[in-house]
Ligand binder design. Structure first.
Ligand code: ZN
Length: 150
């Protein structure tokens, strides 16, 4: 377990320091804002969803704690190139994992490196930080322009 949390720390720190896809996307056709008032995390997800329902590109901007930023960074890496239904399926799996409905160690899943966030399920306040970007991405897919964890 300490190995897992070392990896968790490393990955979070790395993505917090160098967030991937951290920019405004000029040709975005879906944009949504996410807000987690409990922690103060605020981010915008930009997405280009093409005519075949494939996420051609996805980026984010915003400010917040290390977990929210690292999670957003990895979310963009995970759903870029995926179809809308694949992205939605990943959102569902991620949400179930951080809310303890899915045990990523025993249940087959497509989460890959995202399983490092499994540990947040023990910290209810952190669950909102980790899932904010996913809720925001989901809102963008649904053509909603904002989402709040409250
Ligand atoms: Zn946070």
């Amino acid at each position: 377990m300490s190995e897992l949390s070392d990896l968790y720390q490393q990955v979070i720190l790395d993505h917090n320091k160098k967030p991937r896809n951290f920019k405004r996307l000029e040709d975005a056709n879906r944009v949504a804002d996410g807000h987690n008032p409990l922690c103060g995390d605020q981010l915008t997800v930009y997405m280009h969803l093409d005519e075949n329902d494939v996420v051609r590109d996805v980026t984010f901007e915003g400010s917040g704690c290390a977990i929210s930023k690292a999670s957003a960074s990895m979310m963009t890496q995970s759903i870029k190139g995926k179809t809308r239904s694949e992205a939605e399926a990943l959102f569902t799996e991620f949400h179930k994992m951080v809310t303890s409905e899915l045990d990523a160690e025993t249940t087959p899943n497509n989460l890959g490196r995202l399983t490092i966030f499994a540990g947040v399920r023990d910290y209810p306040a952190r669950v909102k930080c980790a899932s904010l970007s996913w809720h925001t991405m989901h809102a963008a897919l649904e053509n909603k322009d904002s989402v709040s964890t409250e």
